[in-house]
Design a protein around this ligand. Structure first.
Ligand code: PLP
Length: 388
């Protein structure tokens, strides 16, 4: 049987661990096994690795190392930001503002807050997939404690007007949490320029392993713990630290910073090449969301007259990994909440595919992908004349 050559175009779902990061993680796993809380040599060696990693991540987002809290990933960072601020402010605040296009890590945390008696306003987005800061302003109440908005959307790549929203939150004396999981490593991040009080990050989206993430917590932010145990991470996140994971994330953050400028340009050019070729070659296609304000690696395209899931499978058989909607909701019957929120009808939402590029992709791969998409779409549309 002929082996299929495989190409990965699903970097918003996760990224491969880069060789330098792998080496760091393996070395650390093998050699730095002390508990970072122990006062002996082994513990202190682990502590040093942890603090180096903290500095590397802090440097990528322009904050102080002590403002970085290590957690298990983006989901935990989001949960810590939401529950940690809202529960802390319980007596004074009972209202949170977020948006309709957040990741389930925020939306389902908000649903739980609602079950706990907290009011949540879900600000809509326009057809461009971008939040209007004035909608955030209008949603403010006297008892609002937190605004939570993502920096870049995972499905569309759309970048939200965070500094404008931050100005509104600051004026109202309300904390701003930014889910930066899909922005880190793809666009420049400076928490001061953004005006974020809390910023969520995930290692596996930036060529580090799964199971490590971080939450930036601006100095002075009142944040309670949501897990209870030892005194780790300045009382904010108990549990023996994942030193190899943190060291890997730190290394990945440093590489992301070093590669940022060239990768923004390179993936942007490849994404535009892919998008232009698909739109030109394949009829009844279009780009979902704002094409200007996007992360450079992402495009979300509808192919009217077919099922996105069928196209994902057809492309997988041809060796190309892409995604229909968010990876986490693949398999769900419901169309993507993000595509529905920007006003797409269910049929078009279900006929949409996300292509997310990364470090390993080349122009040759993009051209081969275009051929495969064109062939698969023609085939699938022929099979479903009813939808077509
Ligand atoms: N937030 C966003 C915007 C995401 O895209 C994801 C993952 O896809 C998460 C949060 C969750 O991150 P993790 O997979 O590290 O828990």
């Amino acid at each position: 049987m002929k082996t299929v050559q495989r190409f990965y175009f699903d970097h918003n779902a996760t990224t491969p661990v880069s060789p330098e990061v792998l080496e760091t993680a393996v070395t650390c796993l093998g050699q730095v096994y002390g508990n970072a809380s122990s006062i002996h040599h082994f513990g202190q060696a682990a502590k040093q690795r942890l603090e180096t990693a903290r500095r590397q991540i802090a440097s990528l987002i322009g904050c102080q190392a002590r403002e970085i809290v290590f957690v298990s990933g983006g989901t935990e960072a989001d949960n810590l930001a939401l529950f940690g601020t809202v529960r802390q402010a319980k007596r004074s605040g009972r209202h949170v503002i977020t948006t309709a296009i957040e990741h389930p890590a925020v939306l389902n945390a908000c649903a739980q807050l609602e079950r706990e008696g907290v009011a949540v306003t879900y600000v809509p987005v326009g057809a461009d997939g971008v939040v209007d800061p004035d909608d955030v302003r209008r949603a403010l109440r006297a008892d609002t404690v937190l605004v939570s908005v993502m920096h870049a959307n995972n499905e569309l790549g759309t970048v939200q007007p965070v500094p404008e929203i931050a100005a509104i939150a600051r004026e109202a004396g309300v904390y701003l949490h930014v889910d930066g999981v899909q922005a880190l490593g793809k666009i420049p991040v400076d928490v001061d320029a953004l005006g974020a009080d809390l910023y969520s990050m995930s290692g596996h989206k930036v060529y580090a392993p799964k199971g490590i993430g971080a939450l930036y917590v601006r100095r002075g932010t009142r944040l309670g713990a949501i897990l209870f145990g030892g005194h780790h991470e300045r009382e904010r996140r108990p549990g023996t630290e994942n030193v190899p994971g943190a060291a890997a994330f730190g290394c990945a953050a440093e590489l992301a910073g070093a590669h940022l400028e060239t990768e923004v340009r390179r993936t942007g050019e490849l994404r535009d090449r892919l998008e232009a070729a698909i739109l030109e070659r394949i009829p009844r296609t279009g780009v979902n969301g704002n094409r200007a304000a996007r992360t450079p690696n992402t495009t979300n395209i509808y192919f009217d007259g077919l099922e996105g899931e069928a196209l994902v499978i057809a492309l997988d058989l041809r060796g190309f990994a892409v995604s229909s909607g968010a990876a986490c909701s693949s398999g769900a019957v419901e169309p993507s909440h993000v595509l529905t929120a920007i006003g797409l009808k269910a049929d078009r939402a279900r006929a949409s595919i996300r292509f997310s590029l990364g470090r390993g992709n080349t122009a040759e791969q993009v051209d081969a992908l275009v051929e495969a998409v064109a062939a698969a779409v023609t085939h699938l549309r022929r099979l479903s004349p009813v939808m077509a």
